[in-house]
Design a protein around this ligand. Structure first.
Ligand code: FE2
Length: 382
């Protein structure tokens, strides 16, 4: 089923917007809040200090004992705690992993079957969870504006997707991103850019998703170098906005090939998600630009896809696909990200090829990707 909802119930953006949490809690009147945070980011980002007086009026069950890239075993620990404490509202404060963790626990704790049955699509989600407030402390995944959550089960990536998972409230306060180290700002910024570009060329794109994606692409291209290298307030605000818009874009379209290939790079080689996405993004831009009639997966046709790729090239501020590819590689180098697989210690291409074909993502790409195409692309990056 194609899902096009992109509205959330309420969103707040800007420096100081976290103070709106009080108004939300006054309205929701929770008896016991399930608070999901990162182990150290909650304090380091300044979020803990910013909301402690608001939360002091409520019973809080705090869950932070889990690894990044949400694992099912950690989610199950969270579900047990959520149920034991009879929580009736969820707040997720952190990066994409933390917000995905909050979404997944809230969903599973309020549905009857065991989580693996939903992940394997043996059961359908029946119930909406409790009200969920998402407060990102990084600028990348846009998880606060999507109706899906990434979960790793037995080392493989699954996507939990349902309209019930979309957060009821999101608060994007860029002040929490001001102290984030360069490497994380760089990687998460490239996630936002990858999501925006992939959404733009995705076979599910709409006028609305393209509007979100085009704004996000321009914001990243104009601000990421400054945000990563100089910690400037204005540029970090711009990247926070870009990440949120890119999240809204993929909430409509979902992602495509660079995301599909990124998952084994993250699960087997520990490459941070945004960095993993960006490794193949420049090559897939070229690959998609060479689309033919026989390989076109977009019902709007080859001419439409070529026009779309041309628009992306323009949004990147370039005159040709080759220039656009070089500009993306240059951007990565400029913000301190390795651009080839050898430098990252990756030697086993076969596992990437085997697991990089996530059917839900590859079928969204405008040009059909075969195993031999992917092998060629990866060899060039070696
Ligand atoms: Fe992503």
């Amino acid at each position: 089923m194609r899902f096009t909802r992109d509205k959330m119930k309420k969103e707040y953006f800007g420096f100081g917007s976290v103070c709106n949490l009080k108004e939300i809690l006054d309205k929701e009147k929770p008896k016991n809040i399930f608070l999901v945070t990162g182990k150290s980011s909650y304090e380091k980002s300044g979020a803990k200090d910013a909301i402690k007086s608001i939360l002091s009026n409520y019973n809080i069950t705090h869950f932070c004992n889990f690894e990044v890239n949400p694992k099912l075993k950690d989610i199950i620990k969270g579900i047990d705690l959520f149920k034991k404490e009879a929580c009736d509202l969820v707040i997720g404060i952190g990066g994409g992993s933390v917000i995905d963790m909050a979404k997944s626990i809230n969903c599973f704790a309020n549905n009857p079957a065991i989580p693996s049955e939903y992940l394997k699509k043996e059961k359908i989600i029946e119930n909406k969870g409790r009200s969920l407030i998402a407060i990102p402390t990084t600028s990348g995944s846009g998880s606060e504006s999507t109706h899906f959550a990434v979960i790793y089960m037995c080392g493989r990536k699954y996507s939990l997707a349902h309209e019930f998972i979309l957060p009821d409230y999101s608060i994007i306060d860029p002040s929490f991103t001001l102290n984030i180290p360069k490497k994380i700002t760089a990687s998460s910024g490239m996630d936002a850019l990858g999501q925006a570009i992939e959404s733009y060329w995705c076979v599910n794109s709409t006028d609305q998703s393209k509007q979100y994606a085009s704004k996000a692409i321009k914001l990243v291209m104009n601000n990421l170098v400054n945000a990563a290298n100089n910690f400037s307030k204005e540029s970090r605000e711009a990247i926070a906005k870009a990440a949120h818009l890119a999240g809204k874009a993929i909430n409509i379209t979902k992602t495509t090939v660079p995301h599909s290939i990124s998952y084994p790079l993250t699960s087997h080689f520990g490459i941070p998600h945004g960095h993993a996405v960006s490794l193949t993004l420049p090559s897939i831009l070229i690959y998609n630009s060479k689309i033919t009639e026989q390989e076109c997966l977009d019902i709007r046709g080859v001419a439409y896809v070529k026009k779309t790729i041309n628009e992306i090239v323009n949004l990147l501020g370039c005159g040709s696909e080759k220039d656009a590819k070089n500009k993306l590689v240059y951007l990565m180098k400029n913000i301190g990200l390795e651009t080839n697989l050898r430098d990252l210690g990756i030697s086993n291409l076969e596992i990437i090829i085997k697991e990089g074909f996530n059917p839900d993502r590859v079928k969204n790409n405008p040009r059909l990707l075969t195993e031999s195409n992917l092998r060629e692309i990866l060899k060039e990056l070696f």
